[in-house]
Design a protein. Structure first.
Length: 323
């Protein structure tokens, strides 16, 4: 595999930190000057503390991943043996957003009581963001099921590709489901929302889970993989293809190319919906819909076998048709 990585495409974590910092400063500096707030010492102190907490947490979100990469990793015996390295922005971002929305609801209700419907709406949006925090937090649990139950590898033997493997949550699920299969885990390992891009954690997780001897790790780009045609017996890609942007069709075509005729491909992606809105908020409006994913998959030559919702995400079980 080529170790040349294209330009980074996952540099959006800093947006969460910057937005939270601005919101925290507003709650700490601007909100206490409002008449309805400034008249009560309790509210002034409360918004100062809340704003400072949000600002400091946002700074931590923005700089923690860089700091962790710059220092040696110390493994504690008290740590969970499996670590998928999610950056704090993934779980804390929705929580910060919920707190900011609730704070705005309080400010509106106090300062402009006639605008109570807006305050009520912000309260509801805050509840949705808090639900997104709970959803995101759940995915950090090693016992959280990462894949739907589908017949990915009929017969149970062969070589399975994990495209966009990250720290190995999907690889672990495939290894557990198919103990006689071999795995090839491919990633650019440059994601800023996974510690160290995931490569060192993938090795550690595979070693602990006991499938390191069946795992080959390769650094590369899903849109230009250096494998031969008709190489893999099955493939899976979870939460990776929906990061490719305009190159998504090329990535799907590469998956089709490296799979053997008749092989299955499990694709798990984010699509617009309430749960994705809870996690990603307005970013969920820019996600591809189900119809577009079906069209893209069929367009490169896949046959649709099954589809469904899974833990708030959506999956397609595809089959490579013979050319």
């Amino acid at each position: 595999m080529s170790t040349q990585a294209p330009p980074r495409s996952h540099s959006h974590m800093w947006l969460v930190g910057v937005a939270g910092l601005l919101a925290g400063l507003a709650l700490m500096i601007y909100v206490p000057t409002l008449k309805a707030v400034s008249g009560t010492l309790f509210l002034v102190a409360g918004f100062h503390l809340l704003g400072a907490l949000i600002a400091l947490t946002s700074i931590r979100i923005t700089f923690r991943s860089r700091w962790r990469r710059s220092r040696p990793r110390v493994t504690s015996t008290s740590q969970s043996p499996l670590d998928f390295g999610w950056a704090p922005a993934w779980t804390l971002g929705p929580l910060l957003f919920a707190v900011v929305l609730w704070a705005l609801a309080v400010v509106i209700e106090l300062s402009w009581p006639l605008w109570w419907p807006v305050a009520f709406l912000f309260g509801l949006l805050g509840a949705g963001a808090f639900a997104g925090y709970l959803i995101a937090k759940t995915t950090t649990d090693a016992h959280f099921a990462p894949l739907p139950m589908v017949d990915l590898l009929p017969g149970g033997q062969g070589v399975v590709l994990d495209g966009g493997c990250g720290a190995g949550r999907t690889s672990l699920a495939v290894a557990n489901a198919y103990p006689q299969a071999k795995l090839v885990a491919v990633d650019r390992f440059d994601s800023d929302y996974i510690q160290d891009g995931g490569r060192s954690l993938l090795t550690r997780n595979a070693t602990h889970a006991g499938f390191i001897d069946r795992l080959q790790i390769a650094q590369g780009d899903l849109t230009a993989m250096q494998f031969a045609d008709d190489f893999f017996d099955a493939a899976v890609s979870a939460h990776a293809m929906d990061h490719l942007g305009h190159a998504t069709e090329r990535g799907l075509a590469e998956m089709w190319r490296v799979l053997k005729p008749g092989a299955h491909f499990l694709l798990v992606v984010w699509v617009p919906g309430w749960m994705m809105f809870a996690v990603a908020n307005v970013l969920s409006f820019f996600l591809r819909g189900r119809a577009e994913w079906r069209a893209l998959a069929r367009g490169v030559g896949f046959e649709l076998l099954r589809e469904g919702d899974f833990n708030g995400y959506w999956y397609l079980l595809l089959k490579k048709r013979a050319p």
